[in-house]
Design a protein around this ligand. Structure first.
Ligand code: SF4
Length: 478
């Protein structure tokens, strides 16, 4: 499977819209987490403005990324760990494979990590004869189903307990049950065996701390703690932007991360790892590696328009509130990032032309920024991407939109700035629409080239009298 890819956004979105089970699951997700997050920010002792402080912390870190990464690497090495800076996905995956091979690893356990999805780690390890066991329950389900995650932190959100019951019966041979605790127990039993037998553990990194040389991992299942401490080797992979300067910054960011992700005050497990276990520690790996991944991030860092996106802490709050994600789910966005964060990050990583549907599909309603624990201005960057698509940008390899599209928008822009012409076209439209097919007072189908507008919805007819003419008339009366 390619590490970053954009599929057919429109076809996948259509499929999702017709799937009632998925629609129910997405509505549940957004009702539970999306709404809860706002309340969770309100309940912060410092109030919701703490998000602005968090934005400053992340922006400072991104502005000083070179120094922070060097400090982090020095401190990890001082603890006896190894640090590898990977230029791209292949570099990172090759390094992970090299460590696994050098240690004769046959079985790897993995904590959920989107960056490992980004580098296609599972594929590389499995193609080289190393079994990989995903240990996050959602990721375990997805791995058994041979599917892709559809949400950053709830990868199996598109699956029902009935699906999972059938899957567990077929793949791990338990008796069919749709009882969630029984299914969880079954997965736990299988995974315990993997933890005990694993030679190497892989994890992501929610945040790194430069001053102490530690990475923090956050989970509710305890599986990351087991993946990182039980095997002899631990390899953590982080996007190069996930570092902040001080431990006190973690206090603010982790509290916001958990509120943004699942409306929780704090996750059940927050672990700090900075190197192999020392002589007086009973737990921990004998060898610790930190892989710091660039894979296109330097390019984002170099562009003042999109640098802010590197402040993202991948909490998924924007997915949980986005009206578009809430209808089309995660698979339409391609792999691995979905929702509003994916609509910006995927074009920047996979190519703006190739991923243009993602940024054009969002509504610009601003809900993502309101929900974001670090107050990232996603709508601004969506607009900046659209601007590049309209005007072209050789620096990002973006070709200019077609001449006819540009002409159509130039005409539209000219028309709406000219009152007389605008009124004239409105009048024409209100007369012309009389020959169109109607359903319940709505226009059922528009003729080409506007037919696409009514392929999936009916539209409101143009009013017989415009607001302006009614206003003038009413005003005159008084
Ligand atoms: S953009 Fe903000 S809300 Fe979305 S994943 Fe990143 S930090 Fe979370």
């Amino acid at each position: 499977m390619p590490e970053i890819f954009v599929g057919d956004y429109v076809a996948e979105a259509r499929k999702a819209l017709k799937d009632p089970v998925l629609q129910g699951a997405l509505a549940d997700l957004q009702n539970r987490f999306g709404r809860g997050t706002e309340q969770a920010y309100q309940n912060l002792p410092e109030g919701p403005d703490l998000r602005l402080r968090a934005h400053d912390i992340r922006a400072d870190a991104i502005a000083n990324l070179d120094i922070l990464l060097e400090t982090l690497a020095d401190n990890v090495r001082q603890h006896g760990g190894h640090v590898f800076f990977a230029a791209d996905a292949k570099d990172a995956a090759d390094y992970c494979l090299k460590i696994a091979r050098r240690n004769g690893a046959k079985l790897a356990v993995k904590g959920k990590s989107m960056v490992s999805e980004e580098i296609g780690l599972n594929t590389v390890l499995m193609e080289n004869g190393i079994e990989v066991a995903e240990t996050d329950l959602g990721e375990y389900i997805i791995q058994l189903a041979e599917e892709r995650p559809s949400h950053i932190i709830a990868p199996a959100i598109h699956k029902t307990r009935f699906d999972i019951g059938r899957l567990f019966k077929d793949k791990i041979g338990i008796e069919y049950t749709e009882d969630p605790p029984s299914l969880t127990r079954a997965a736990r039993k299988m995974l315990r065996e993997k933890f005990l037998a694993a030679d190497i553990g892989f994890s992501g990194c929610n945040l790194a701390c430069a001053e102490t040389g530690h990475i923090a991992t956050v989970s509710n299942e305890g599986n990351i703690r087991m993946s990182t401490t039980m095997p002899r080797i631990h390899v953590a992979i982080m996007g190069m932007e996930r570092v902040v300067a001080r431990l006190e910054d973690h206090d603010i960011l982790l509290r916001l991360l958990c509120r943004g992700a699942a409306a929780q005050n704090m996750a059940t497990y927050v672990s700090y790892v900075g190197g192999p276990r020392t002589a007086n520690q009973v737990d921990g790996p004998e060898e610790f590696h930190l892989v710091v991944l660039d894979n296109g991030r330097s390019r984002i860092l170099a562009d003042a328009e999109f640098r802010e996106m590197l402040c993202c802490i991948r909490c998924a709050a924007c997915l949980n509130i986005c009206p578009v994600y809430g209808k089309i789910g995660g698979h339409a966005y391609g792999h691995p990032y979905s929702g509003p964060v994916g609509a910006v990050v995927m074009p920047l990583l996979a190519g703006i032309d190739d991923a243009k549907d993602l940024c054009q599909g969002e509504t610009l309603c601003g809900a993502c920024q309101d929900a974001c624990p670090v107050n990232i201005d996603i709508p601004r960057m969506l607009l900046a991407l659209r601007h590049k698509l309209a005007e072209g940008d050789p620096g990002w390899g973006v070709s200019r939109s077609s001449g006819s599209e540009k002409l159509a928008y130039q005409f539209w822009s000219w028309m709406i700035r000219n009152r007389f012409i605008y009124d004239f076209f409105l009048k024409m439209a209100s007369i012309g629409q009389n020959v169109l097919p109607y359903h319940n007072g709505m226009i059922r189908r528009l003729p080409p080239p506007m037919a696409g507008w009514t392929r999936d919805r009916d539209i409101q007819p143009v009013a017989g009298k415009s607001f302006m003419s009614r206003w003038k008339k009413n005003h005159r009366r008084r």
